[in-house]
Write a protein of this length. Structure first.
Length: 362
């Protein structure tokens, strides 16, 4: 992670030499051109990058994204994630994500993030404190709890802070996930979201495609236009660029899962700057507005940095920033691809703008 941060800052310093200010503004850059071409300065530097992103939308991209963001905040035709939470974790800065456990291996960042997201969701649906949830679902009493004859292990609070994971559902009634589902139906679907399956570590790619289509939330499926489906089988649903762009509006964890499904279920040849840009845009909106994404943002950021490296850094000079314009966000996606090892087209002029010719000759 330290190396990625260093590379990000090095690129940022080098790019001070690149005349970004010489680029035309977005309305000019993406104004109608002969035969659908984009403005020459953009095309000369990024090749087809801006053009491919432009093709996701029907009109001026900046206006469309602004409208999407307003619809995202207000609900729009796609509505909201059913889980409307409202918490912050400002008191949890700098917390490590791998916690030593006696008798059990360390939990992965993916499992700790899943536990936190699930615990906050259950807490809101139940309308109870974590201590109350723990008392409700603990199968046996503990002595000296709260000075009244019992001990309070605070397991649920540890789930919420990403310090501990619940017993997996395969253990049946011993699992807190199963117990919570029995009392608060629908909570297990959060724990079982396809997004967790697809946020595997990049060097641990599955040997074969995962069967995920049947597990996509109906909330998300109902908002996918059948006309935008390119391919559908028991493993995944592949969408057109416009269909993928429409996922930005859907405030649901499985919407991010369907975004990841476009390449991470062994369709890596589909990954390009447009997909990276759209996935980062969904994250930008969700980290601002969608709970419990906001509450769990530190754990989720660490998870994405560690496991979904192709999305690049989410903070720093090329991180997610709502104040950036569309041109900056597409540029960030380009360098996220470079840092994540994604093959992208980079014309020779790109390097000539950054380095002196004498340096290239060395």
């Amino acid at each position: 992670m330290g190396m990625k941060r260093a590379m990000s800052w090095v690129i940022a310093i080098m790019l001070q030499l690149v005349p970004w200010s010489g680029f035309p503004t977005l309305p000019t850059a993406f104004a109608p051109q002969p035969d659908g071409a984009v403005a020459p300065k953009i095309s000369a530097f990024f090749g087809d990058t801006f053009k491919s992103v432009q093709n996701c939308y029907d009109s001026d991209m900046e206006n469309v994204l602004a409208e999407k963001f307003r619809a995202f905040l207000e609900g729009g035709d796609h509505g909201f994630d059913p889980l409307v939470l409202g918490y912050d974790d400002d008191d949890d800065e700098g917390e490590e994500v791998r916690i030593p456990r006696r008798g059990r291996p360390n939990a992965s960042i993916r499992e700790l993030s899943r536990a936190a997201y699930w615990a906050w969701s259950v807490q809101k649906i139940a309308g109870k404190t974590f201590a109350e949830l723990e008392r409700e679902m603990t199968s046996q009493p503990f002595s000296r709890r709260d000075g009244g004859g019992f001990n309070q292990p605070h397991a649920w609070l540890k789930y919420a802070k990403g310090k501990r994971t619940p017993t997996r559902p395969v253990k049946g009634d011993k699992s807190q996930v199963v117990q919570a589902e029995r009392r608060y139906p629908g909570t297990r679907a959060i724990y079982d979201s396809i997004a967790w399956d697809l946020m595997y570590e990049s060097h641990k790619k599955p040997a074969k495609r995962l069967k995920l289509t049947a597990r996509i939330s109906p909330f998300v499926l109902d908002r996918i236009d059948p006309k935008e489906i390119e391919e559908k089988d028991q493993y995944r649903i592949l969408l057109t660029e416009k269909g993928i762009a429409n996922l930005i509006l859907i405030r649901h964890l499985d919407a991010f899962g369907v975004l990841l499904m476009q390449w991470r279920n062994l369709d890596w040849e589909r990954l390009d700057i447009t997909l990276i840009h759209l996935a980062r845009t969904w994250l930008l909106y969700s980290f601002q507005s969608m709970e419990p994404f906001v509450t769990c943002r530190r754990l989720l950021t660490k998870l994405i940095h560690h496991n979904v490296v192709e999305l690049g850094l989410l903070y720093g000079p090329y991180g997610l920033d709502p104040k950036k314009n569309l041109e900056d966000r597409v540029r960030d996606a380009y360098f996220a691809a470079l840092l994540g090892g994604v093959a992208v087209e980079a014309p020779s002029s790109f390097f000539q703008e950054i380095f002196q010719q004498s340096q290239l000759d060395l």
